[in-house]
Design a protein around this ligand. Structure first.
Ligand code: SF4
Ligand code: SF4
Length: 418
């Protein structure tokens, strides 16, 4: 193996095989099999670097890794199994299931997303959904059954409107709000809620919602060329509004993904400069709101009587560490907060993992659903659409009354009433 390739996996050589990472790993907890543990995955990568395995053999063995990064937080010597698995995937990408490709075609087009979103609304409103879910018809076609089960419950509260009302003179800050594609399709209340919250802080908001997908699924499955193509498409959309002071993402996985653009495009002659400008302007919505929102709450504001708990997106909590801000926000705006037991654990969504490995994903999700019930919260809040879809599908299957909300909705809903 050439030196550059060997260096990619050098981090694996730090592993002392202590096993501290094992209980943190969702696939190991469910499968109880060393091959599907961080330590096992590191051994596979070391075997690849010794040429005892081919990249395809190693890639196949590593494909069950959710890239949740819980092992990064657990490892005492700094081994990064998820990052190493991604390096292998860049050589041997994971094939996307048909459903995942179909979803990407839809979410990558503004027009198709609008049509699909309207169709979902019609379907939720029709008696067809109740009938199909009550019957076993969909089970004849398992992939369709999986996709249908992800459609959230019908809600009666109106979709908030976002009306840019900030005059150019009054606005101190200009921000681009990058709207996640899965949220645009399944959670139409997220983008207007986030935009309204930012506007409360005297921020002039421009919605960035016509670019399609930021490339997260391609980045996580090792399809580098497709990821770079999506990154360039997002940056093309950004070029027209590049004078904004900051870029905010309404969805956690998009934030993690777009932060990687500067590095991924650093040698791209046409896009390196704009990728750097873009990445430098990215700010966390949670941090921004946690700083600004308490200062603009109406006098005497009291949060509604509701018990809420917060689900952390894995890559955000283990990579960026923004844990306290959403909790502070929920406490002062949305209700009484209870901590989610075993909150450092993955919910099993993992982007298209829930479509690729539905059984494994469901088994991982069981513990998350149990933790939600243990918290006794009436509402579970999160910032990542994929996690919310997966959790709500599980709660609906159980016929649970627990509500699922995105953080932006959970904050804007009570404030809009005030
Ligand atoms: S990856 Fe880290 S925690 Fe896991 S066995 Fe190796 S050294 Fe120990
Ligand atoms: S990233 Fe998650 S699933 Fe993959 S090895 Fe680490 S803990 Fe296990």
């Amino acid at each position: 193996m050439k030196a550059s390739k060997k260096n990619k996996f050098k981090n694996a050589e730090l592993c002392t095989h202590c096993g501290y990472c094992l209980p943190a790993c969702p696939t190991y907890r469910v499968l109880n099999d060393e091959t599907h543990s961080p330590r096992g995955r590191v051994s596979i990568i070391l075997a690849l670097s010794r040429r005892e395995l081919t990249a395809d053999e190693a890639g196949a063995a590593l494909s069950t890794c959710l890239v949740c990064r819980a092992c990064h937080s657990a490892c005492p010597v700094g081994v990064r199994p998820a990052k190493l698995a991604l390096s292998v995937r860049n050589k041997s990408p994971i094939a996307a299931p048909l459903l995942s490709r179909l979803l990407h075609i839809i979410t990558n087009s503004h027009t198709l997303t609008s049509y699909a979103s309207s169709t979902i609304k019609w379907y939720q409103n029709s008696s067809l959904q109740g009938w199909l879910r009550g019957s076993r018809v969909l089970r004849i076609i398992p992939p369709l059954h999986r996709l249908e089960s992800l459609i959230p419950a019908l809600r009666n509260d109106p979709i908030p409107e976002f009306q840019p009302s900030m005059s150019q003179k009054k606005a101190k800050i200009k921000a681009a709000l990058l709207c996640g594609c899965m949220a645009r399709l399944f959670h139409p209340r997220v983008a207007p809620s986030a935009a309204n919250l930012l506007q409360l802080l005297d921020i002039e908001v421009t919605l960035m919602d016509g670019f399609g997908c930021c490339g997260a699924p391609f980045r996580e499955s090792g399809k580098r060329e497709l990821f770079i193509k999506q990154a360039r498409k997002t940056l093309d959309a950004f070029k027209n509004i590049a004078e904004v002071d900051m870029v905010i993402c309404d969805t956690s996985v998009c934030m993690v993904t777009v932060r990687s653009y500067a590095r991924a495009l650093s040698t791209d002659k046409k896009y390196a400069a704009i990728a750097k400008i873009f990445s430098d302007k990215i700010q966390s919505m949670e941090i921004l709101l946690a700083t600004g929102l308490p200062t603009v709450l109406p006098e005497g504001y009291n949060p509604p009587e509701n018990s809420v708990t917060f689900h952390d997106h894995c890559q955000t909590q283990h990579g960026l560490g923004n844990k306290k801000e959403p909790r502070e926000l929920l406490k002062i705006v949305a209700g009484s907060l209870s901590e989610l037991p075993r909150g450092d654990r993955c919910c099993g969504a993992g982007g298209d993992y829930m479509l690729r490995y539905p059984e494994l994903s469901h088994n991982i999700r069981k513990d998350k659903l149990a933790a939600i019930h243990e918290s006794r919260a009436k509402t579970i809040v999160g910032s990542n659409s994929g996690c919310l879809l997966n959790i709500e599908a599980g709660l609906l299957q159980e016929k649970s009354s627990v509500q699922v909300r995105h953080l932006a909705e959970a904050l804007w809903q009570p404030l809009s009433k005030g």
